[in-house]
Design a protein around this ligand. Structure first.
Ligand code: NDP
Ligand code: MG
Length: 382
C-alpha cells in the first residue's frame, strides 16, 4: 500500500489525483490532504478519504472543517499547515498539485523528510530548479513528473542513457488562440482565453497555455527534471495533443508517447511507476478516428512568452524567478480584468528588463526577489 500526501486537492490535478486513488484503493492510501479555501469540495474529499491530517489556507476555512468533521484528524492552516501535510507521517510520496510559487517550501521540506515528489506544480521548478534538484539528489528522493509532456519524456527515456539523447521535443497545443494573429489577440476576453481546445485545467495554466508561457515554464521544468541543456530542448506545435512529447536519440530514432488528453494517465503513472495500472474509464486512442496528426514549427515572434522563457532559462540564476513571479501576477491581473491579454507579456518583459541578475541565488534570495517582483509589478499597474 503506497501512502500519499496531497497538496492542492481541490484543483484540477488534485481532483484527478483523488480519482486515481479512488479507483485503486488496494494500492494507494491518502494520509494527508491540503487545499486552499474551497471548503465545500474539500470537506467532501475529507469525508470520503478520511486523511489523518488536513490543512487549508485560512484559519476561517480550517475552523469550518473542524466544525464539520465527523472523525478525529489534525486540522491546520496557513503555510505551516501545508508543510505539515507535505511532510506528514510515513507517506512515501507527496503529490504537489498546488498552483504557483507557494508550492516551493512544502516541496523542499518534503524532500528533506525523504518523500518522493510527484510534481505537477511546475512553478516550483521554474523558480528554484537548482535548489530543488540538488536537494533531491542529496537526499536520494525522486522527482517524478506529472505534467503530461514531462511524463511522456520520462517514459520515452526508460532504458536509455542520457548521453544517447540528442534532444527533447516538447509538443504544444497552441492554447485557446493558436490560430489568431497578434492583431486579433488585442481584443480577446478572459472567457475566450479560458476555453482551451483540448484540456480542462485550472484558470492560471489555461491562460499560460494561451500566452504559450506554459510551454516556456515547461522548457525550464524539463531542463531541471532531465538535466538537459536548453540547446537540446525543442518545442513544436501539435494541435491535437495526442503526442504528449518525444525524445530524439543520437542514432536519429525518435520515441514518442501517445494517448488521449487525460491527465489521470500521467498522474497515475507518477504514483505507480515503473509499473502500470489499469486506467478505469476514459477514452482510448483510436488513431483511425483522429485521422491525421499535424505539426508546425514554433513561431517565436508570435509567441513572445515562449521566447522570453527560453531567454530567462538560458540566463539562469534569479531570472526564471522573476519571469515566474511577474507572470503569476500578470495572469491574476488579467483574470481580474485589470489588464489586457497582450499586456501579460508586456508586464513580464518589463520585470525582466528591470531586474538585477544574481548568479547562484539562495532560497532566501529567491523568496525575496519573488516577493519584490510581485510588489513591483503591482505598483507599476496601480
Ligand atoms: P487549480 O487552480 O485548479 O488548483 C490549485 C490548487 O491549489 C487548489 O486546490 C487550490 O485550493 C490550491 N491552492 C491555491 N492556493 C493555495 C494556498 N495558498 N494554500 C493551499 N492551497 C492552495 O490548478 P491546477 O490543478 O490546474 O494546476 C496545479 C499545478 O499543476 C499548476 O502548477 C499547473 O501548472 C500544473 N499542471 C496542471 C495541469 C492541469 O491539467 N490542470 C497539467 C499540467 C500541470 P482552493 O481551490 O481550495 O483554493
Ligand atoms: Mg503540460
Amino acid at each position: 500500500m503506497k501512502k500519499i500526501n496531497l497538496i492542492g486537492s481541490t484543483g484540477s490535478i488534485g481532483v484527478q489525483t483523488l480519482d486515481v486513488i479512488r479507483s485503486h484503493r488496494d494500492q494507494f492510501q491518502l494520509e494527508g490532504l491540503s487545499f486552499g479555501n474551497n471548503v465545500d469540495i474539500g470537506m467532501n474529499q475529507v469525508e470520503e478519504f478520511r486523511p489523518k491530517i488536513i490543512s487549508c489556507s485560512t484559519k476561517e476555512a480550517a475552523e469550518k472543517v473542524k466544525s464539520q468533521l465527523t472523525y478525529s484528524a489534525i486540522v491546520l492552516n496557513g503555510k505551516e499547515g501545508i508543510i505539515e501535510v507535505a511532510t506528514y507521517g510515513e507517506s512515501e510520496i507527496l503529490v504537489n498539485a498546488v498552483m504557483g510559487r507557494i508550492g516551493l517550501e512544502p516541496t523542499l521540506k518534503a524532500i528533506e523528510a525523504g518523500k518522493d515528489i510527484a510534481i505537477a506544480n511546475k512553478e516550483t521548478l521554474v523558480t528554484a530548479g537548482h535548489i530543488v534538484t540538488e536537494l533531491s539528489r542529496k537526499k536520494g528522493v525522486r522527482l517524478i513528473p506529472v505534467d503530461s509532456e514531462h511524463s511522456a519524456i520520462y517514459q520515452c527515456l526508460h532504458g536509455n542513457t542520457q548521453s544517447e539523447v540528442s534532444k527533447l521535443i516538447l509538443t504544444a497545443s497552441g492554447g485557446s488562440f493558436r490560430d489568431y494573429s497578434r492583431e486579433q489577440l488585442k481584443g480577446v476576453s478572459v472567457d475566450d482565453a479560458l476555453k482551451h481546445p483540448n484540456w480542462q485545467m485550472g484558470a492560471k495554466i489555461t491562460i499560460d497555455s494561451a500566452t504559450m508561457m506554459n510551454k516556456g515554464l515547461e522548457v525550464i521544468e524539463a531542463k531541471w527534471l532531465f538535466q538537459m541543456p536548453y540547446e537540446k530542448i525543442e518545442v513544436i506545435l501539435h494541435k491535437e495533443s495526442m503526442i504528449h512529447s518525444m525524445v530524439e536519440y543520437i542514432d536519429g530514432s525518435v520515441l514518442a508517447h501517445l494517448g488521449t488528453p487525460d491527465m489521470r494517465v500521467p498522474i497515475q503513472y507518477a504514483l505507480s511507476e515503473p509499473n502500470r495500472l489499469d486506467l478505469k474509464g476514459g477514452d482510448r486512442l483510436k488513431l483511425w478516428e483522429v485521422g491525421a496528426l499535424h505539426f508546425e514549427k514554433m513561431d517565436y515572434d508570435r509567441f513572445k512568452c515562449l521566447d522570453m522563457a527560453f531567454q530567462a532559462g538560458k540566463q539562469g540564476g534569479i531570472t526564471p524567478t522573476v519571469l515566474n513571479a511577474a507572470n503569476e501576477v500578470a495572469v491574476a491581473l488579467f483574470l481580474a480584468r485589470k489588464i489586457s491579454f497582450l499586456e501579460i507579456e508586456d508586464v513580464v518583459d518589463r520585470a525582466l528588463q528591470a531586474h538585477s541578475p544574481i548568479t547562484e541565488p539562495s532560497l532566501e534570495d529567491i523568496i525575496f526577489i519573488d516577493e519584490e517582483t510581485r510588489h513591483r509589478v503591482l505598483s507599476n499597474i496601480n
